[in-house]
Design a protein around this ligand. Structure first.
Ligand code: NDP
Length: 221
């Protein structure tokens, strides 16, 4: 039976990963902050309360995952922050909050997530095409773009550190109709997650350290 961990599963893409992996018969562990475990537990997954921006809370993951031998671990937690246009600087508070969840949270949790994997398991982070520096043509969401570019750097270093032990990828889920993506987004959350699950299931050694879109296409860093 497949074993999967989803970090940040209270709603949106994370919750849909839990739903689809459960539907496929996988054993699923997930995390959500505050009182948000109910939705995850209703799908038959184990849920632990965990705020990725809280160091004490995040430190609990390591012992919880001991001996699980996961096939895949996915970091979904993310914040968009203020939708600044052009070169409007974010406030210090917005900068700290978005960078904490999108970057520091991943830096704290990826080592424990990797430790929880079976040899050759998959470690994925939810990035965004908005992180792409090479493919950039807009300045909307300045802070979000910077945070996801930093997350990509974090993933790349994790890939180097875990070479031969785990397959590491940054995933762009498409533009998805969730609270973050909004109602005008082009993909349903069901289709996005189904596509990402296909990408994860088809990963090979060549994909290690890659930045992949919902069809498995390489996205410029
Ligand atoms: P949502 O806004 O719908 O959900 C965000 C998730 O992140 C929620 O489960 C939220 O939990 C969780 N989260 C936020 N802060 C914390 C925290 N401090 N601790 C734990 N969990 C936290 O976003 P999506 O589902 O759309 O996005 C999921 C991922 O995909 C994100 O990383 C996002 O950047 C990325 N992405 C999404 C796109 C889209 O079009 N939707 C496009 C590209 C990338 P809570 O309910 O407690 O707030």
């Amino acid at each position: 039976m497949q074993k999967v961990l989803v970090i940040g599963a209270s709603r949106g893409i994370g919750l849909e990963f839990v739903r689809q992996y459960r539907e496929a018969g996988a054993q699923v562990w997930a995390t959500a902050r505050g009182e948000h475990c109910a939705a995850v537990q209703a799908l038959g997954a184990t849920c632990w309360e965990l705020d990725v921006a809280d160091a004490t809370s995040a430190s609990s993951l390591s012992w919880r995952l001991d001996g699980l031998n996961l096939d895949a671990a996915i970091y979904c937690a993310g914040l968009y922050g203020p939708d600044t246009a052009g070169l409007e600087p974010p406030t210090q508070a917005d900068f700290d909050t978005v960078m904490h969840v999108n970057v520091l949270g991943a830096m704290r949790l990826l080592p424990a997530m990797a430790e929880g994997l079976k040899p050759g398991g998959t470690l994925a982070v939810l990035s965004s095409v908005m992180a792409s520096i090479g493919g950039r043509s807009s300045t909307s969401g300045w802070l979000y773009r910077a945070s996801k570019a930093a997350l990509n750097s974090v993933l790349k270093d994790a890939a180097l550190a875990l070479q031969g032990r785990a397959l590491c990828v940054a995933l762009h889920p498409g533009w998805v109709r969730t609270d973050m993506g909004g109602p005008a987004a082009s993909l349903s959350v069901q289709d996005s997650v189904a596509a990402q699950r296909r990408v994860l299931a088809g990963l090979t050694a060549q994909d290690h350290g890659g930045f992949l879109g919902p069809q498995g296409e390489a996205i410029p860093w």
